[in-house]
Design a protein around this ligand. Structure first.
Ligand SMILES: [Zn+2]
Ligand SMILES: [Zn+2]
Length: 315
């Protein structure tokens, strides 16, 4: 049996194939908040040594972490973000915004984000750089770009683990529900396809030719998580379309940050963007920016202060 298959080139899929595994997403989140030694990560994430070691190697191989010798007197290496992974900050901001909208998360209630630019607590929002309007899923159009192609991808899920993400002990796992939903390559691929208007099993299967039982299982999961709503379109035999719910549509900005990150950092052949996006509200090519809800300035990694119970947890 072949271990490879091809799908339409997509920067979202490329990005997620690099960092979309739930442990990779969690590691990046921990490092963003300053947890950067092996033992601290293991304690924060409740992950086994083997899995953590595997993911750290992987993240270094895709240039999302660099390992440095520990401070003098200590032999423990530390893991740092790279120029590439620091730009995942946008996605972390949109993940937190979505999590606050859809879940009551005790960890998040204890956390406050303050924009240093204006000094106010804020909510991250996604705006169009051209017209300044908020970016909504329904106002984005797609066309083929210069890098349109098919990507050869591995069939097996390399980096899988059975531990439920909701059991992760970290106080900093601020968007664990999002990671739980998207941290599986097939669920995230299905959601991404639904943003292109796909709704039926056969359509999904055509674009994502994995085993049909895997596909059914992930569709079921997305229904259980309230991302898709099944709507019968045929009675005999009974067939469903999978429509995005408001909660599912709410994930769109997070996926858009992944798409933009993938366009920039995950284009190995330098073929250019596979897909071009237009903001139909203004008709301009879409450049989405993550901004502060209070002063509307674009958020940068060092402009945000995180506090947990009033105590600072990030530089
Ligand atoms: Zn616009
Ligand atoms: Zn601000």
């Amino acid at each position: 049996m072949s271990t490879e298959f091809t799908t339409r080139a997509s920067s979202i899929n490329r990005a997620l194939d690099q960092i979309g595994d739930k442990w990779c997403l969690l590691i990046i989140q921990e490092v963003l908040w300053g947890i950067n030694s092996f033992n601290d990560m293991m304690a924060a994430m409740g992950v086994s040594r083997g899995v953590l070691s595997n993911r750290l190697k992987w993240l270094q191989a895709v240039d999302c972490l660099r390992k440095e010798r520990g401070p003098t007197g200590s032999s423990r290496p530390r893991y740092h973000l790279t120029a590439k992974s620091i730009e995942l900050y946008d996605s972390a901001m949109m993940a937190i915004a979505w999590e606050r909208d859809w879940y009551q998360t005790p960890e998040l209630d204890r956390v406050e984000l303050v924009h240093l630019g204006c000094g106010k607590p804020f909510v991250a929002q996604m705006h169009c750089a051209s017209c300044d309007g908020l970016v909504q899923m329904e106002e984005v159009a797609y066309q083929s770009g210069p890098g349109v192609a098919r990507d050869v991808r591995e069939k097996k899920v390399r980096r899988r683990s059975s531990i439920a993400i909701t059991e992760v002990p970290s106080e900093r796992a601020l968007y664990r529900n999002l990671i739980n939903i998207v941290g599986d390559r097939w669920t995230s691929n299905l959601i991404a396809l639904s943003y292109h208007g796909l709704t039926r099993f056969d359509q999904f299967h055509q674009e994502l030719p994995v085993a049909t039982n895997i596909l059914s299982d992930r569709l079921k999961l997305l229904v259980e998580e309230g991302v898709f709503e099944p709507v019968a379109y045929q009675q005999r035999p009974l067939r469903y379309e999978y429509h995005l719910t408001s909660k599912g549509k709410g994930l769109f900005p997070w996926f858009l940050t992944m798409l933009q990150w993938g366009d920039k950092w995950c284009d190995p052949q330098q073929g250019g963007k596979p897909v071009l996006l237009t903001h139909t509200a203004c008709g301009e090519p879409l450049l989405a920016q993550v901004r502060c809800s209070e002063c509307h300035a674009e958020l940068r990694a060092h402009d945000v202060r995180f506090t947990l119970d009033g105590e600072e947890i990030s530089a």
